[in-house]
Write a protein that binds this ligand. Sequence first.
Ligand SMILES: O=P(O)(O)OC[C@@H](O)[C@@H](O)c1c[nH]c2ccccc12
Length: 263
Amino acid sequence: MGKSKINAAFKGVLDKGDKAFVPYIMAGDGGLENLKEQILFLEKSGATVVELGIPFSDPVADGPVIQEAGLRSLANGTTLEGVLESLLDWKEERQIPIVLMTYFNLIFSYGIERFAKRCEEVGVDGLIIPDLPFEEDEMVAPIFSKYELALIHLVAPTSPRNRIEQIAKKTEGFLYAVTVKGTTGVRNEYEEGLASYLEQLKEYSSVPVLAGFGVSSPEKVRELGEYCDGVIVGSKIVELLFKGEREEITNIIVASKKSTIQS
Ligand SMILES: O=P(O)(O)OC[C@@H](O)[C@@H](O)c1c[nH]c2ccccc12
């Protein structure tokens, strides 16, 4: 359970020569009663870990598609406790590890220790807290560690090198490598810089390095997978799930598998 469940899931995929695939979804978008079916669909389609967003009124780090999904979810009445309860209800029916993506405020008002304990109980395996500064991580790290929860950190290409190195050494479960969306005209240069950035991260990190932000097609999934251990796809998955375009979701996930790369 927890950290070791995440590590085992990545090992299983990477040992086969496949790349990891982590879809992000917003809990309660489409109604909390459908969360189980949505996650089991992703598990069946070949996702390695699910990153589950908790809707929040002030989502500073979310892009527009995810913000809208958050608003829909809040309008459906989704609460943190409601999501945790749902996860507990069908805990035995899933194999796939769950990483919650939530803002620190929610954890703080829940009570850090009470939250960590509840996460372990309902079968949450790790956490991403985008607004928790790396320097403050000692506030939660020892408590999360007590409950076997992985604390996953993010790095950006703009972070100073020594900071990148520190974060890469400390992250658990995986390292979330934020890539920047390529802009027209500078695509070549951007790709070159990105490759060496990701390869550098692989040297620092003892856990898998996954690239996220702006990945939305099977082609991009394959391309990025060449430089790291897999990808995280958020906005595109949220959009396709909302529209009911399940087949396209499967196509994106399948692109992370070795058999589809060879052709
Ligand atoms: O949506 P994208 O471009 O595919 O990127 C994933 C990202 O949205 C997801 O991981 C995420 C949702 N909210 C966040 C807040 C901070 C960092 C990352 C996230």
